[in-house]
Design a protein around this ligand. Structure first.
Ligand code: C2E
Ligand code: MG
Ligand code: MG
Ligand code: MG
Length: 281
């Protein structure tokens, strides 16, 4: 039975319960096992151009279907994978699977679009990252321009020579690079100027402030203009409502990722629904 605290308030929700159970288990072992037992899979969230009225990309998002706990959020297990170093093998699997899926859709006759893959800082500490990525592209036959690496501001702003060198090398072969959760960490504008970045992803927290907080609206406007003046693309994350969409369109941000259009979906759901927006060539 649920423990009670105070006046009939339930002390935890089911997410908390899952997390506590998880903590009691050996995290490392259950994650190792997850990869071996095929408990990990990817979902794909479409990105939409409101002007062209079509899907212009996807983001690959990792899912863990635990045999007894069910779906575990990546916000819970990614930090564990990072702490244990497991993110290196998991991340390599994500890269390979995302590239293979994107190539398979292209081979099936769908319009070619880039797919974003999230990277953790730990993966850059592995000196081999650029070779891993090149190998994934070579093995799957995906053209580099259809892979977009998503890095957070924290990674992008690391003064580490490794990150810069790795990004420059991948950019040189045609891979694109976006800054994820833009606006939530410290961005040095001079570093932003020097990095080989293609796109800014405006963090959901600002989008949630649309029509609620004028400061969020001003920040969004500034971020859109910053991107445009630097010659970068810009996409808004976490768009859920018509009001949010209306504001963004009025501010000339026409690339949208969010539940308003699509939730992250399995590859089957993407294919079965035969989206009119995901048009055949
Ligand atoms: P992220 O890269 O910023 O991904 C966007 C998150 O926002 C996803 O959460 C997505 O499902 C969610 N989202 C998208 N649209 C909406 C919306 O309209 N409303 C709301 N409320 N949420 C929306 P998710 O899938 O739970 O992933 C959370 C984070 O976990 C990601 O944030 C990313 O930082 C990390 N992550 C996920 N997959 C991977 C991976 O393969 N590798 C690494 N290193 N990190 C990953
Ligand atoms: Mg992302
Ligand atoms: Mg994000
Ligand atoms: Mg995030």
């Amino acid at each position: 039975a649920a423990k009670k605290s105070g006046k009939g308030q339930i002390a935890f929700c089911s997410e908390d319960m899952k997390n506590r159970v998880l903590e009691k288990m050996s995290m490392t072992n259950s994650l190792y096992r997850a990869q071996e037992r095929n408990e990990l899979h990817l979902h794909y969230q479409p990105q939409v151009s409101t002007v062209a009225k079509e899907i212009i990309g996807f983001e690959a998002l990792l899912r863990w279907n635990h045999p007894t706990l069910g779906a575990v959020s990546p916000t819970v297990f990614i930090p564990i994978a990072e702490r244990t170093g497991l993110i290196n093998s998991i991340g390599e699997w994500v890269l390979l699977t995302a590239c293979a899926q994107n190539k398979a859709w292209q081979d099936a006759g769908f319009k070619p679009v880039p797919m974003g893959v999230n990277l953790s800082l730990e993966q850059f500490r592995n000196a081999n990252l650029e070779n891993i990525i090149k190998k994934c592209l070579a093995e799957t036959g995906l053209e580099p321009k259809y892979l977009e690496l998503e890095i957070t501001e924290g990674i992008a702003m690391k003064e580490s020579g490794d990150v810069t060198r790795c990004l420059r090398e991948l950019k040189a072969i045609g891979v694109s690079i976006s800054i994820d959760d833009f606006g939530t960490e410290f961005s040095s504008l001079s570093r932003l100027k020097d990095l080989p970045v293609d796109r800014l992803k405006i963090d959901m927290q600002f989008i949630q402030g649309i029509s609620v907080n004028a400061k969020d609206e001003s920040i969004i406007t500034v971020m859109i203009n910053l991107a445009k003046r630097l010659g970068l693309k810009v996409i808004a994350e976490g768009v859920e409502t018509a009001v949010q969409l209306g504001f963004l369109r009025a501010e000339n941000c026409d690339e949208i990722q969010g539940y308003y259009y699509f939730k992250p979906l399995s590859s089957d759901e993407i294919e079965k629904n035969n989206f009119e927006l995901f048009t055949k060539k």
